[in-house]
Design a protein around this ligand. Sequence first.
Ligand code: FES
Length: 366
Amino acid sequence: MPTLTDIYIYPIKSVKAISQPAALVEEKGLSFDRRYMLIDLDGNFITGRSHPQLTQVDVQFSQKKLQLSAPNMAQLVIDPAQFSTTSLTSQIWIDKVNALHCHQDYDNWFSEYLQQPCQLVFFAPNSQRCVKGRNTPIAFADGYPLLLINQASVDLLNSKLDNPVSALHFRPNIVINGELPFVEDSWSRIKIGDVEFEVSKPCSRCSFTNVDPKTGIAHANQPFSTLATFRYHQGDVDFGQNLIPLNNGMIRTGDQVQVLATHDAILYGSQGDVLQDNKKSVQIHYQGSEITVTGDNQQLLLDQAEQAGIAIPYSCRGGKCGRCKVKLIAGEVETLTNEALTDDEINEGYILACSCIPLSDITVNH
Ligand code: FES
């Protein structure tokens, strides 16, 4: 039977993992996990996808305070007793959350470290956010209360990589040692320690997996590109399983993982499989820049725009944040995902440049 080998929390979204021998599982996930987040001055969330140096912020608990250290920065103590009473509307993916603004001094520290004005917010007792399409509460984790990674799946991925990665590349809350790689794909309900979990959905990955948690340096394309060769399904590149706790309770490293229910696993393929046509040239007209370039029907529009010197804003590069949306004025694209767009935006012709491939000559407005 698999066992729970590691438990991790990330008190502030995107900071370095804290390893724990045991943790209290609450409705929103592990106690103290992702209760803080950084936002820009417009309220948009800031993460390690765009600012990989965030992964080098080390957080230690000291009674009710947090002690932060980061390369070339003085230590910062975050004291909840000093928090303001001001709420800030904070956008995480497509959710808007009323979160508590912590303190200007903390904003200054992070602004200096990230070289960008930002604000630290706290998921207060009256802050509200739910898992998409569910009434399950969640704080500032990406989409679900907990993430499970199977070390055997990491080992299989590593057998395909020149430079092995660790489970921490995938920012898990819990790591287990399954007997087989990807055995977790077929689980629908498990029990660890006192807690039953719904194994809710595979975790759709993005370029954040390319950030080395030890150094905070992002590799150009690995391991994400390799994952895309064998873990691709309907627009997503999946690795790990999202969990929803069904009750509160303690979990401890060494606990056995009991599989209570299973289902058929998704059959994964390669992202390249979606491309049926042979490679052909297409003309891509960027209306905003009045530039037309020759591209192809094999690469993502965002990659092709960058190669042409067109700067389309982006953040996740994985179809999650909506930052790269552009309007398709003419032509046809293969849509890998449009999850980050509203129905109105889709009807108006918006597409995600990071998640679509031109199929014909196209005109986009950016
Ligand atoms: S960059 Fe986030 S959806 Fe495209």
